[in-house]
Design a protein around this ligand. Structure first.
Ligand SMILES: [Zn+2]
Length: 183
């Protein structure tokens, strides 16, 4: 009899644990990473991050609201009402920076080699952009809140050309022929 109780309890705990684990993963997929929203106060773009714990809790029964863990206007505006969260709650996919970027690249071609991007490989071969001065900038160096402006003024650069151009810049003596980029 005791064995049955222990077994039942154990299974129940395991299932609860599994359910919670899956919920954490699902909440990370839905609300994880950097988000781009319009600040209701300034009507300007800001980069924010949803607090992971509130994201997970929001997907459990009796859900509670989301909170932010980061905003590019913080710490100055730390006490704001976080009303931008409505935008994330309404369409988390559209706010996700990686989706915004993937959408932008999808139908474009590299400004150097003219190869179309299609689906981007964000995990390893991150593309970059070229600014009006002809300098290549990587996304890691671009503040999230400037993203809408960057997408309007910069040209897309594929990962291969990013590597090739960086190499040319660092070793101008080694590159004598006209640049040809292969994929
Ligand atoms: Zn290219």
């Amino acid at each position: 009899m005791t064995n049955v109780v222990v077994l039942t309890l154990g299974t129940a705990l395991l299932l609860i644990g599994l359910y919670f684990f899956v919920t954490v993963i699902r909440s990370k997929l839905k609300f994880g990473g950097k988000m781009l929203v319009t600040c209701p106060e300034t009507q300007e773009a800001v980069g924010v991050k949803v607090d992971g714990k509130s994201a997970t809790l929001s997907m459990l029964p009796g859900q509670t609201g989301l909170h932010l863990s980061e905003c590019t206007r913080w710490p100055e505006r730390q006490d704001c009402g976080q009303t931008c969260l409505a935008q994330i709650e309404n369409s988390p996919d559209a706010c996700m920076v990686r989706n915004v970027l993937a959408d932008w690249y999808r139908n474009k071609a590299c400004v150097y080699c003219r190869n179309p991007f299609g689906e981007s490989h964000w995990h390893d071969h991150k593309p970059a952009v070229r600014n009006a001065d002809g300098d290549i900038v990587e996304w890691a160096d671009i503040p999230v809140e400037t993203l809408p402006q960057v997408l309007e003024t910069h040209s897309p650069v594929c990962w291969n050309c990013l590597v090739a151009e960086n190499f040319r810049k660092q070793h101008p003596d080694l590159v004598t022929d006209r640049p040809v980029h292969h994929h």
